[in-house]
Design a protein around this ligand. Sequence first.
Ligand code: GLU
Length: 320
Amino acid sequence: MNLLKMAALGAAVALSGSIATAQEKFITIGTGGQTGVYYVVGQSICRLVNRGSDSHGLKCTAPSTGGSIANINAIAAGDMDMGVAQSDWQYHAYNGSSQFEGKQVEDLRAVFSVHGEPFTVVARTDSGIKSFDDLFGKRVNIGNPGSGQRATMEVVLNAVGKSIDDFSLASELKPAEQSAALGDNKVDAIIYTVGHPNGSIQEAASTIESHIVPVTGPAIDTLVSENPYYAKAVIPGGMYKGTDQDVETFGVKATFVTSANVPDEVVYEVVKAVFENFNRFKDLHPAFENLNEEDMISAGLSAPLHPGAEMYYKERGWIN
Ligand code: GLU
């Protein structure tokens, strides 16, 4: 019996009340825009956690948020208990580098990683954009502040020696708005670091003539070879209308993170709910199809594992 159950039982005996009312604890998971995959990650985890509320007392909600950076900041401030964040931003937050210079989040803890997220550029076909360099001088949605893609876009611009001033327009629309802006010819291209397939890109691909643009070249090769949280990535041809061939880019992993201040038994119960219902979890989104436990507990994680997660992984014999 775990600590939380013991406490719940004790409280129930003391109050002669129901376990659930005595020990309810609300947890919040930060996600992303509603047309992305983070939202589904959070909703899916909560759905599995809430199936066991009667026994562990946890009630989970996963609201839509601005994305990776917003989630890490909310966890650091104690406004959220857990959240989804790109592996590059988990790294920088824990190490106090890049956007987190002077704002290190020492209490950040890794729980597990989820799907891969290729850095994805979608352009209107009539814009003539065929490569990342073709974006300069064009109208580009660089993403909302707080999103992972916005922050990673700045890293890429830096790497190629350019800035957002090199676009004729740099808009900051959220994922839920950017496909419509592409369709209405308000922008020539959109950027999204996201798992595939997803609703946002599907919307763009099915409503206008558009295609996914490769993100390659020496600067990208250097980014990938010098940073453990980046890897080469391929968006499979045939997944979206307008993109029949595989498209090369680079990418990160979506990771699930929390704070050292969140109690061990809470993280333990959340992790257990996911891995004890793993096939059910994988069925909740096509981007989860190829997930496996071994990768999830190691790949893309740079902050220390939260002890509650570690407890469960040890119990399963996955780590020593
Ligand atoms: N990678 C994006 C971010 O960090 C979110 C992608 C999604 O919502 O699936 O903001």
